[in-house]
Design a protein around this ligand. Structure first.
Ligand SMILES: [Zn+2]
Length: 326
């Protein structure tokens, strides 16, 4: 397990090694990240760090009885809560709390792992809240979720939030190249999706390559403050967009071009995804201040929200053109 989590999240492993060594481990964490990013492995690794009988170089040994039982989810002082059916119910949280009060009296260390924390019912969340407000000294709670937005703000604000990065983009990009994707497309695809199969599918999809070209043209018109940007929506973009989902995809691509420009502006060329446009970015970066780049990106993000709220598609895109050519 150590190896898995080390490979998946080396920076977080290091971070928690220091935190635990310096006895600064917090009482409540919210681990947020997509599936497969190592949240559960990390949570159990932390539990092992606290209970291992024979730490090796500041790592759990993975050989002692405690390490084995924690890895198997069978260690009595590390309780794991999983959804009971569709939700985590208030009874499950109450049970946890009653155990907590007992353990508090005995003064023993306890770790609680709550999987799929977004599935807590409102009453379960409220019940947990009273614990978070008065944590016991030797208890540690780790909530795990794929999206922190789905956790009640009152819970969220009492946890230290740890974000788990998805699969390393560089690794995915290299894998795609090894599978025959052109390097310039590989980086872009890896920036768009974390899923290798989806990336390969997109690469075969003619509409993806068309989208790239159209959005790049749109970006350039806006950068040139060209009023044509407004007409471009109706004349060129609309015919290519089947629905709102397509439009969101176009806006994601557009944001990538802006992000590249921002990285160029900050002299972080290593982070630029569309390297073949490097020269254009560098020329553009001279003529624009970064607050302006950020403002235009906000306008696009705002457009994405309006699409979600079912505002009419063409109007949303035209509005972005207008706001970004002012
Ligand atoms: Zn051990």
């Amino acid at each position: 397990m150590t190896n898995t989590v080390l490979r998946q999240q080396p920076e977080l492993v290091e971070l928690f090694q220091h935190t635990i060594m310096e006895k600064r481990l917090g009482h409540a964490y919210l681990f947020e990240g997509s599936r497969g990013t190592g949240k559960q492995e990390m949570a159990r690794w932390i539990a092992q760090m606290l209970f291992c009988e024979d730490l090796q170089n500041n790592q759990p040994c993975q050989r002692c009885n405690h390490c084995h039982r924690i890895a198997a989810g069978e260690f009595p002082d590390v309780a794991e809560i999983l959804p009971d059916g569709q939700s985590i119910k208030v009874g499950q949280v109450r049970e946890l709390k009653s155990e907590l009060s007992k353990s508090g009296m005995e003064g023993s260390r306890k770790v609680y792992l709550i999987h799929d924390a977004e599935k807590m019912t409102i009453s379960a969340s409220n019940s947990l809240l009273t614990f978070l407000e008065e944590p016991q000294s030797d208890t540690y709670l780790i909530l795990m979720t794929t999206s922190k937005e789905n956790i009640l703000p009152t819970i969220r604000s009492r946890c230290q939030i740890v974000h788990f990065q998805t699969l390393n983009k560089q690794v995915l990009s290299e894998t795609l190249i090894a599978k025959g994707v052109q390097p310039e497309n590989a980086a872009l695809l890896a920036a768009i999706t974390n899923n290798q199969d989806e990336a390969l599918e997109l690469n075969q999809d003619e509409t993806f390559h068309e989208a790239k070209k159209k959005v790049w043209r749109w970006f350039q018109l806006m950068m040139a403050q060209d009023p044509q940007a407004f007409l471009f929506v109706q004349m060129d973009l609309m015919e290519a967009l089947k629905d709102k989902k397509d439009a969101q995809f176009y806006l994601d691509l557009l944001l990538l071009y802006y992000r590249d420009l921002l990285y160029t502006k900050y002299q972080n060329q290593q982070a630029v995804v569309n390297r073949k446009y490097m020269e254009t970015y560098e020329n553009l970066a001279v003529g624009i201040r970064h607050p302006e780049i950020t403002r235009q990106m906000e306008s696009i993000l705002n457009g994405k929200k309006r699409l979600d709220a079912n505002v009419q598609l063409q109007g949303v895109l035209e509005n972005i053109s207008l706001e970004n050519t002012l």
